[in-house]
Design a protein around this ligand. Structure first.
Ligand code: GAP
Length: 482
């Protein structure tokens, strides 16, 4: 049932990386500068898990905040939710995940290494769109496809991707639960609670951000395909007659969101998912694919899920999950449009877009061109020299005063000024403020020194510097950042 993952007909369209080293360089920068670390690293790691470090967590929170503000806070028609990760296992039976959330697994008969059959077939140049496990098995046999180590492969098996766990102490097996494989489940089972407590008028949505877990056979490509990841999902409840109009509105809203987080239009591709590739519950799906360094791959999806989920949950729980329109007297089970965004894939798209190399003042540098809205720090404040108390004190004063505003400010006095600029460029800080000797100079012209109490502001993208009065700094940044 992990249908969209099996759908790959378009994924390789643009798969020639513009820079084959770019991915390695991004991973290296992410580690070196405290964005993203390998999970459980000091114990040799745990495949498919990554930890967000001090700067990564700020970036991630900023992106999640933008989504939350844009779709939940600013809109009157969408409500927020934070449902439990552990849920009654009947939910996943009703939704079809227990029986059908499978990926096609094959094993190298010699090394016992496991692979996704669809990935091996694609790598060998075969079309797997819409193929069943049995059909993939036949393709492997007919064409004598071998494992990457050159050995024979086992029969294709269906591998359920949910992580199973037990609740409580009984150990009898009747207390089985699952780590949720999508946040959507928590939304569907709270539909009635939101309806009864908030009395929304249709159309309305429920959105949440949270962790999801999938026991991926082959996690790969850094934070692109992991076993633990985050989703930002909305179920938007509609009358079925309006689904086409509502779907188009969502396409437009998602385009605006891509722009808000700084993705370039030319890097995002809207791919209509074909009938044979769509999940069984979906009548229409558009995948928003992104031009990652390892090729064009799914960033997130927009699906018209009909009333499949609410109907299944209504049947299995014996609860009425209808909507009553008091204007028309109509009762019906609402249909849903679902924009489902993977946070980590979006972070990787943002890092890919922002990562660049250029030349400033004749020197090559690496720079993350993040917008001030999502950059971990918006302003860095430096004293020109670390060992001149008078400069350090003045710089601390400037830092404190900017920090009182709602900006993310950092103080940096490590190494020489050139090194500090390089460091701030690499973490994407748009502005660096330097307190230098002119800032405090009174010897020549005393209080009449026109540069007294001025600082330099260096622009990350152009390398150009403005010199302005400290008293004007807040106005300057209000214009540039807010
Ligand atoms: N509720 C619908 C749903 O979960 P999906 O296409 O299976 O649909 C939605 O997942 C999004 O979640 C994907 O487009 C992707 O952004 C993200 N996602 C899915 N599996 C992932 C994984 N193993 N690692 C990272 N992100 C993943």
């Amino acid at each position: 049932m992990n249908d969209k993952e099996n759908k790959t007909n378009n994924e390789n369209m643009n798969s020639q990386p513009e820079n084959s080293n770019k991915m390695e360089e991004i991973i290296s920068l992410a580690k070196r500068r405290g964005f993203i670390f390998q999970g459980s690293e000091i114990y040799g790691g745990l495949a498919g898990t990554w930890d967000y470090g001090p700067l990564g967590v700020i970036l991630k929170n900023r992106v999640k905040n933008l989504w939350w503000q844009n779709f939940i806070e600013k809109r009157n028609d969408i409500y927020g939710l934070d449902a439990a990760i552990l849920m009654n296992s009947k939910i996943w039976e009703a939704s079809g995940h227990v029986s059908g959330f499978n990926d096609p697994l094959v094993e190298d008969l010699k090394t016992k290494k496991r692979y996704r059959a669809d990935h091996l077939l694609e790598d060998a140049g075969y079309e797997v769109a819409g193929k069943t496990s049995e059909e993939m098995d036949a393709l492997i046999k007919e064409n004598k496809i071998l494992s990457p180590d050159g050995n024979e492969l086992s029969q294709v098996k269906k591998f359920n991707m949910m992580f199973k766990t037990e609740i409580g102490v009984s150990g009898t097996g009747d207390s089985v639960s699952y780590l949720r494989p999508e946040t959507a489940g928590g939304i569907f089972v709270n539909y009635k609670n939101v309806l009864d407590s908030m009395h929304p008028k249709m159309p309305f949505g429920i959105g949440q951000i949270g962790k999801a877990f999938r026991n991926e056979i082959a996690p790969r490509d850094f934070i692109f395909r992991t076993r633990e990841f985050e989703q930002m999902e909305i179920e938007y409840f509609i009358h079925p007659d309006n689904w086409e109009v509502e779907f188009e509105k969502w396409v437009e809203s998602l385009r605006e969101f891509n722009n808000l987080v700084g993705l370039r239009k030319e890097d995002v591709f809207e791919v209509e998912v074909s009938d044979e590739d769509r999940a069984h519950y979906s009548k229409r799906t558009i995948d928003f694919e992104f031009n990652y360094p390892f090729g064009q791959k799914e960033l997130y999806g927009l699906a018209y899920r009909t009333n499949y989920d609410l109907s299944k949950h209504s049947e299995a729980s014996n609860q009425k999950l209808e909507y009553f329109n008091d204007q028309t007297g109509e009762r019906f089970i609402p249909h849903v449009i679902e924009p489902s965004i993977g946070v980590d894939r979006l972070i990787l798209a943002i890092l890919t877009t922002a990562y660049s190399k250029d030349n400033v003042g004749g020197e090559e540098r690496t720079v993350l061109k993040l917008s001030p809205e999502i950059a971990p720090y918006q302003i860095a404040v430096f004293p020109l020299l670390k060992n001149k108390e008078i400069l350090v004190n003045k710089a601390k004063e400037v830092f404190e005063s900017l920090n009182q505003e709602n900006w993310r400010v950092t103080f940096d006095d490590n190494g020489n000024i050139g090194k500090r600029y390089r460091r701030q460029d690499e973490i994407g800080t748009p502005f660096c403020v330097t307190v230098d000797f002119e800032t405090i100079e009174t010897e020549k012209d005393g209080e009449n020194n026109p540069l007294l109490n001025t600082v330099t502001i260096r622009n990350r993208d152009t390398g150009e510097q403005d010199r302005i009065q400290i008293s004007e700094l807040k106005n300057y940044f209000k214009e540039k950042i807010n």
